[in-house]
Design a protein around this ligand. Structure first.
Ligand SMILES: Nc1nc2c(ncn2[C@@H]2O[C@H](COP(=O)(O)OP(=O)(O)OP(=O)(O)O)[C@@H](O)[C@H]2O)c(=O)[nH]1
Ligand SMILES: [Mg+2]
Length: 379
């Protein structure tokens, strides 16, 4: 079996037969290629309908989970049961048009690891959603892209419609919470190439939406957990935390040097900044980049000077932003704030690349970087 199409279902009695029939039509010339797995948590009569469907359609397989609920864990159970070389995940409610399946299959066969039909590339549309849902979905995508760097270049990273080569998730400990299985796959999977195909999302025709406020909270919880689990993303937040701690140390030392040692302001200020820098260096070395094997022994000696030089550039970036705002007659404090944000990103990126450079180049102790995200050309 080449393709396993996995469909999570919860009370979709009106949709499952139509979906199976439309898939059969679309894949009429590839009928030996696929199996259609329904992983069902329904508490209405969907299981009976699925049993009947299985009798008449030889592609259909059903797993009814008597316990619990959860879209994403249902898909993970699908991955474990399905026999295909490739997995394609889609919703039961016909919002994901089966007509896109042949292109998804072709791209997977051409060697792409992850294929995502997207509403947000040229030629696609999310026409099936109301204004509020569009906004919520936009915020969710942006939050994901901000929190997890592997999602950054994927336009529809919260999609419920995607295809993967089996090896992307084989042996990967997936533990999603709630709804968005794709963020789990993108964050933890083993892949090098992602390809997006435009499609038109369609309004739900029958049955009820299972989207709820609780699912939105689950999404935030899921994102936080992924950040905590993934060294590449966790590092950035730890780095910011160390920076904040450093500000506290800086102010405390400054107060001591002024009030107890009675040093001149300039000497006290520079000294407390240097103490804060060393403090930050030690914490970053022990916590933020813990476990990373850096290049050779000589490199170890260069780390502190490198860290200080990078921080100095950061200070220059901040000053430049404040000065630019002053010239533009915008309050300098806003410029300073923007400068601090830019300098934080610079400091982190530069330290990650040079100060704590991994032995085989950046990121050798982590997941392989995504090599490319491509998009379908529309003729
Ligand atoms: N197995 C399983 N499937 C679920 C669960 N919750 C939702 N699903 C299925 O997941 C798919 C997506 O759910 P929808 O309610 O359509 O969610 P949505 O597409 O974000 O929301 P709408 O746009 O309002 O349809 C559908 O096929 C549901 O039947 C669940 O707890 N378990
Ligand atoms: Mg839906």
């Amino acid at each position: 079996m080449r393709f396993s199409i996995i469909v999570p279902t919860y009370n979709e009695r009106e949709n499952v037969c139509i979906l199976a029939d439309r898939i059969a039509q679309v894949l009429a010339d590839r009928t030996d290629w696929y199996e259609l797995w329904f992983v069902d948590d329904s508490d209405d009569d969907t299981p009976d309908i699925l049993q009947a469907l299985m009798q008449r359609d030889p592609h259909v397989r059903v797993h009814h989970r008597g316990h619990g609920r959860g879209l994403a864990t249902a898909v993970v159970e699908g991955f474990q049961r399905a026999g295909g070389e490739f997995f394609i995940v889609m919703d039961a409610d016909l919002q994901h048009p089966p007509e896109v399946l042949p292109t998804v299959m072709d791209r997977l066969l051409q060697g792409i690891d992850v294929v995502i039909p997207s509403r947000f590339v040229a030629g696609g549309s999310d026409g099936g959603l109301t204004g509020t849902r569009k906004l919520v979905s936009w915020i969710a995508r942006k939050m994901g892209q901000l929190a997890l760097h592997r999602l950054r270049h994927v336009s529809d990273c919260t999609s419920g419609f995607f295809g993967i080569r089996r090896s992307v998730v084989d042996g990967v400990p997936l533990a999603p919470i709630g709804w968005k299985i794709l963020i789990e796959v993108l964050a933890k999977g083993r892949y090098r190439t992602v390809h997006e195909i435009p499609y038109r999302f369609i309004a739900r025709r029958a049955g009820e939406s299972k989207m709820s406020l609780r699912e939105q909270w689950n999404y935030v919880h899921h994102l936080i957990r992924l950040v905590a689990q993934l060294p590449e993303d966790r590092r950035f937040y730890l780095f910011c935390l160390v920076g904040l701690l450093g500000v506290g140390v800086n102010l405390m030392v400054m107060a001591l040097l002024l009030d107890v040692a009675h040093l001149p302001v300039l000497v006290a200020s520079v000294s407390s900044s240097v103490v804060a820098m060393v403090h930050n260096f030690v914490w970053n070395d022990r916590v933020t980049w813990r476990g990373r094997t850096v290049r050779g022994r000589w490199h170890r000696w260069l780390q502190l000077p490198l860290f200080m030089a990078i921080s100095a550039v950061g200070i220059a970036i901040t000053a430049a932003a404040a000065q630019a705002f002053a010239w533009l007659h915008i309050p300098e404090l806003y410029g300073q704030l923007l400068g601090i944000a830019l300098a934080t990103v610079w400091n982190f990126t530069a330290n990650n690349r040079w100060t704590w450079a991994a032995r085989g180049g950046p990121g050798d102790d982590e997941l392989a970087p995504v090599v490319s995200v491509t998009r379908e050309k529309i003729l």
